[in-house]
Design a protein around this ligand. Structure first.
Ligand code: CMP
Ligand code: CMP
Length: 410
């Protein structure tokens, strides 16, 4: 007796299996329901957009899910080895991986963010998620600056495309000089950053349960600039290269146009080359604060650096009224307006915030996260340090002494 296998069945089941193996859902039935519902929704959406038969997502069109699996496995030799231990999994996944190995490196692809044709060629990547996963994902992405300027539709495209990856202690998430495949958002776990100096890995920093990495290779079509190693077991959310470029890089092109002129006027950035200044624009996001809203709280841990785009910012410091007095009062110590920056001191000194900052009227700031600050603003450090030295004078003039700053500039 011969049984006819319907066209697309094998690929449909394979792509579903890859998703299950990667996402490890607790509720398999619920996951299956969401997976196939989203696949059907996408098919309906694309069909209603009037796509021809060839581009409509038949079951075999779920290649994006499979492509992703290949990218993860090829990035990480260890994962392939782990699969070797599991005969059942290997039997099932192997044909899928082999089929796509010939697509090899995606890094050679040129992507012109202004070229809309590219966007239409491939369907949007979607990784179905349970409600619980989506909630965790949204929480992890809440403070990711690269996502801050996205509109609602772009943000939901990004969230749809992201997929979960659990890392094990010692696992290399990224190896320096490799091609870039994904951008990573940290949900939990510590990750060390190594950069090769004279061929030897040098520890240059650490992500501690927050932040994101892996954007540089995707933004600038360059090899990975650092190695990222999981120090503890952790959970990451990954965004594939294509979606990253379609949304984030495209958005950055618009941002460059918008901020090019303003950035050129900033005295702080005069030591940077033009290309470095543009890299600064790429990582900046904008944030609007309402009148009296607190932007920085004295004593808090620092995660961001700010440049004022419009409006005024009041800098205040808590001081005891008298030496014996327990009660503190908050005193104005400075004002920042368009083109000026604040929030650098804690990042430079690795100390808590030395003062508070409040919006006066509506304030728009450009915001940069600590890792981008460290990476990009090294050449501007002289100017910042000169200004930090002025803070001391400022406080001496105001209060007659400056114990806090002595501590901070040590
Ligand atoms: P990418 O080059 O794609 O991959 C390695 C990532 O490490 C890089 O993007 C940055 O996101 C991150 N990173 C953190 N600190 C540094 C650093 N000092 N130099 C280069 N990359 C860094
Ligand atoms: P940071 O300590 O990160 O957060 C508060 C910011 O206030 C601080 O960085 C400086 O950018 C800014 N500031 C302005 N004047 C002073 C001052 N006299 N002392 C300390 N911080 C100041």
């Amino acid at each position: 007796m011969s049984i006819e296998i319907p066209e697309g069945l094998t690929e449909l089941l394979q792509s579903f299996t890859v998703e299950v193996l990667r996402s490890q859902p607790r509720d398999l039935l619920e996951f299956a329901l969401q997976y196939f519902t989203q696949l059907k929704d996408r098919e309906t959406k694309e069909a209603s957009r009037g796509n021809d038969q060839n581009s409509a997502p038949r079951p075999g069109k779920a290649v994006n899910f499979i492509d992703e699996a290949m990218q993860i496995d090829s990035e990480n030799g260890e994962e392939e080895e782990e699969d070797d231990d599991d005969d059942d999994d290997e039997e099932f996944i192997a044909p899928v991986i082999n089929r796509f190995i010939r697509r090899a490196s995606v890094c050679a692809e040129a992507f012109n963010p202004d070229d809309d044709d590219d966007e239409d060629k491939e369907p949007w990547v979607t990784h179905p998620k349970t409600d619980e996963q989506r909630q965790r994902l949204q929480e992890a992405c809440r403070d990711i600056l690269l996502f801050k300027n996205l509109d609602q539709e772009q943000m939901s495209q990004v969230l749809d495309a992201m997929f979960e990856k659990f890392s094990t202690e010692g696992e290399h998430i990224i190896d320096q000089h490799d091609d870039g495949d994904n951008f990573y958002v940290i949900e939990s776990g510590k990750f060390n950053i190594f950069v090769k100096v004279d061929g030897i890995d040098k520890l240059v920093g650490c992500y501690d349960n927050r932040g994101s990495f892996g954007e540089l290779a995707l933004m600038y079509n360059t090899p990975r600039a650092a190695t990222i190693v999981a120090v503890s077991p952790g959970a990451l959310w990954c965004l594939d290269r294509l979606t990253f470029r379609r949304i984030i890089v495209k958005n950055n092109a618009k941002k460059r146009k918008l901020y090019e002129a303003f950035i050129e006027t900033l005295p702080l950035l005069t030591s940077l080359e033009l290309s470095e200044r543009m890299k600064v624009v790429d990582v900046l996001s904008t944030k609007v604060f309402n009148d009296s809203q607190q932007i920085i709280a004295q004593g808090d841990l620092a995660v961001s650096f700010y440049i004022v785009e419009s409006g005024q910012v009041r800098i205040t410091m808590k001081r005891s009224r008298t030496k014996k007095d327990q009660e503190e009062e908050e005193v104005d110590i400075a004002t920042c307006s368009r083109g000026q920056y604040f929030g650098e001191l804690a990042l430079v000194t690795n100390k808590p915030r030395a003062a508070s900052a409040y919006a006066v009227g509506t304030v728009k700031c450009l915001v940069m996260d600590v890792k981008a600050f460290e990476r990009l603003l090294g050449p501007c450090m002289d100017i910042m340090k000169r200004n930090i030295a002025n803070y001391e004078e400022q406080l001496v003039t105001l209060f007659g002494s400056s114990p806090e700053i002595e501590q901070h500039s040590a």
